[in-house]
Write a protein that binds this ligand. Structure first.
Ligand code: IPD
Length: 274
């Protein structure tokens, strides 16, 4: 119901602030870094600390809800099944490589799905103190100010965000380089901020016209995708089909025209399923 959603939203914003405080406190300190699937796939004590506290807060208040967290999943290696139950999907620190290098683009990302639809998205970038929020059908906001994506329709005028990602598989890297070549050729410029959630929020805020990435996970983009959509952007599978939140790839653009243009110039990597 509407009042349940209101309570969930209030808790989401409050845990984002709490997570942000932990990230800020650790930001300038030396970090214990571990690697996961590749030497470019990092985890720190702060990722784990944030995930644990957020999980605790959610379970105290909503014990029947489901929880998908990046670090819990990495430890168990389990596959996800999205059910109709309310599900809190979190990335405790999106942009861990930035965090380790004291690059300011780091964020806490939290999306809530009900009946497999994202109803709430919260992305908090604590170093810049930017709180992005969205509720399905109710717009997207940055620190309380309503967001509107760019109105550009011509790909030639678009700034597009993309990332190298953390896989070092040779074929994957080769296809990504092809895409970077295509993007440089057809757009005004490319950018890579190092956090999928922040990238989507940049598009929502009109800071650039699109974002595409292959190889990310549901916790990286589920919150940012709702924020971008509610700001008027389009969010799709890179082929132009509906986004499948478990298929590990995303295309976001400020307009349908830019989305179509991007989809046509890209090589679509098959990333399997989360
Ligand atoms: C990473 C960031 C990055 C993307 C990587 C992700 P993490 O998330 O979103 O932008 O390129 O693929 O793994 O590991 O820092 O939470």
């Amino acid at each position: 119901s509407e009042s349940d959603l209101e309570e969930m939203f209030t808790l989401a914003v409050s845990v984002a602030k709490e997570a942000g405080q932990i990230i800020r406190d650790a930001f300038d300190k030396e970090k214990e870094v571990d690697t996961k699937l590749s030497a470019a796939d990092l985890v720190t004590e702060s990722d784990q600390a944030v995930e644990k506290i957020v999980n605790t807060r959610i379970m105290e208040k909503f014990p029947t809800h489901r929880f998908i967290g990046e670090e819990t999943t990495s430890e168990s290696g389990e596959k996800h099944e999205l059910t109709d139950d309310p599900t809190w999907i979190i990335d405790p620190i999106d942009g861990t490589t930035n965090f380790v290098n004291r690059i300011q683009e780091v964020s806490f990302s939290l999306g809530i799905m009900v009946n497999k639809k994202t109803v709430i998205g919260v992305v908090y970038a604590p170093i810049k103190d930017e709180m992005f929020t969205a509720r399905l059908g109710k717009g997207a906001y940055l620190n309380g100010m309503k967001l509107q994506a760019s109105k550009i329709t011509d790909l030639k005028q678009a700034v597009i965000i993309t990332e190298g990602g953390s896989s070092r598989d040779a074929k994957e890297v080769e296809d990504k380089v092809k895409n970077i070549h295509a993007l440089i050729t057809h757009t005004r410029g490319i950018r890579a901020y190092g956090s999928a959630a922040v990238n989507l929020c940049h598009v929502a805020a009109g800071r650039g016209q699109g974002y595409v990435e292959y190889g990310i996970h549901i916790w990286d983009f589920i919150a940012g995708a709702l924020i971008a959509k509610e700001a008027g952007a389009v969010v799709l599978d890179p082929t132009g089909c509906d986004l499948d939140p478990l298929r590990r790839r995303i295309l976001c653009a400020c307009s349908p025209e830019v989305a179509k243009g991007l989809s046509q110039i890209l090589t679509h990597l098959d990333m399997g399923c989360d």
